[in-house]
Ligand binder design. Structure first.
Ligand SMILES: Cc1ncc(COP(=O)(O)O)c(C=O)c1O
Length: 392
């Protein structure tokens, strides 16, 4: 192969930075005896009834392309599931199945973001959101959540978010329950943000992939789907990854105004054509028969949350609030301001793999993210190993 200069590449692509989370995880994976709590996924395989439905689809020979927006029965299952869960019905013509939550985010951005457009993003946030805007030539504008210095609790100043919107702003992106913070947007703010977006003629992109993972006994976190009319400027992103333990399957969905449906079908054609056929059958099983599984998962993660928060709070230098949703503890450590340096130190000295807060953008630095979707044994081992560094 030649070694000359490559022909021109898009600057938005050459400027993509490596994820701090991937970097530390790759280093840690090559080390012995590390407790890996850096990624956002559980440690249990997808439940058997979902795997069986997928295997049956494969056995039936369902290995062909599907319609761009997904097979009818999956789209209907998504519409029924959301209609059962939320205050307002969601009709079939608003549903598009996607090849993961990430694909759903990218499709939403491709629909809205022209080069030079701005997307206001409530931060700290999963880094992929920011990068999706950048890859398209848009400009992410991150508005940090406020954090109470004593309790460590996060909250959103809605005026600050709206003040960050200008004539170039096309959308506000919000992820509640939030990765990495575990913050849950109160229902009153959901309604107020939707009202403001309607009045200003900008989109709300609501990432609700952790919607079911809340610990106050509610069936779901406050959602824009409880308030929105079908034609509101709202796109809701969701995924099978978290609530049904299906991270490797790559299946998600979008809820949009009905008028966007054809367009999303065409966009899907030029991205991935359709979600994987037999995986879509697993998705139907998850939605039609998964409520018991979801309830069990929330109970288990709720216990893990208590173990981790109590364990961390017993260490003198740690400040952490109980996350209201998702499955992360996002904590700060007195005397430590460089999250990347601290994450590497903890990897080497404590053999615990955590994600550095810097990866999550504005408001993330000086924090570490620990994913507590793991067994008690693993979590207690992590706490025992962190103590000598964080309690010192
Ligand atoms: C906030 C948020 N949105 C979307 C996703 C995408 O999930 P997936 O692409 O696995 O469906 C993730 C995964 O970590 C996430 O944390």
């Amino acid at each position: 192969m030649g070694s000359g200069t490559l022909p021109g590449l898009r600057s938005q692509v050459t400027s993509i930075t490596r994820s701090h989370i991937r970097a530390i995880a790759e280093l840690g994976a090559a080390m012995e005896d590390v407790v890996p709590l850096w990624f956002g996924e559980g440690d249990t395989p997808t439940p058997e009834f979902i795997r069986a439905a997928t295997a049956e689809s494969l056995a039936r020979g369902e290995t062909f392309y599907t319609p761009n927006r997904g097979i009818g029965p999956l789209r209907q299952a998504i519409a029924d599931y959301l209609t059962g869960l939320h205050a307002r019905p969601v009709a079939l013509n608003r549903v598009t199945a996607t090849l993961s939550g990430m694909n759903a985010i990218m499709l939403a951005m491709q629909t809205i973001v022209d080069p030079g457009d701005r997307v206001v993003i409530v931060a700290p946030v999963w880094p992929n959101v920011r990068e999706a805007v950048r890859v398209l030539g848009g400009e992410p504008v991150e508005v940090p959540l406020a954090r109470d210095p004593d309790s460590g609790r996060f909250s959103m100043d809605l005026d600050r978010v709206l003040d960050a919107c200008d004539a170039r702003t096309k959308a506000i992106f919000v992820n509640s329950p939030g990765n990495p913070t575990g913050w849950v947007m109160p229902d009153s703010q959901v309604a107020a943000l939707l009202d403001a977006a309607r009045a200003r003629g900008i989109w709300v992109l609501s990432d609700e992939v952790y919607s079911r993972l809340v610990y106050d006994g509610s069936a779901h976190a406050p959602s824009f789907l409880d308030h929105a009319a079908p034609d509101d400027p709202l796109i809701v992103i969701n995924s099978f990854s978290k609530a049904w333990s299906m991270t490797g399957w790559r299946l998600g969905w979008l809820i949009t105004p009905p008028g966007l449906g054809d367009l999303l079908g065409k966009l899907t054609e030029f991205n991935v054509s359709c979600a994987t056929t037999f995986v879509q059958h697993g998705g139907i099983a998850a939605l039609r028969g998964g409520e018991g599984y979801v309830a069990g998962l929330v109970a288990r993660y709720g216990r893990a949350r208590r173990t981790i928060v109590e364990g961390l709070l017993s260490m003198r230098r740690v400040r952490v609030a109980e996350p209201e949703g998702a499955f992360y503890a996002f904590f700060s450590v007195d005397g430590e301001s460089d999250s990347v340096a601290l994450a590497y130190r903890l990897l080497h000295e404590a053999r615990v793999g955590l994600a550095p807060g810097l990866a999550f953008g504005n408001g993330g630095e000086a924090h570490l993210r620990l994913c507590f979707a793991a067994s008690d044994t693993l979590l207690n081992r992590a706490l025992d190993r962190l103590r000598p560094v964080l309690d010192a």
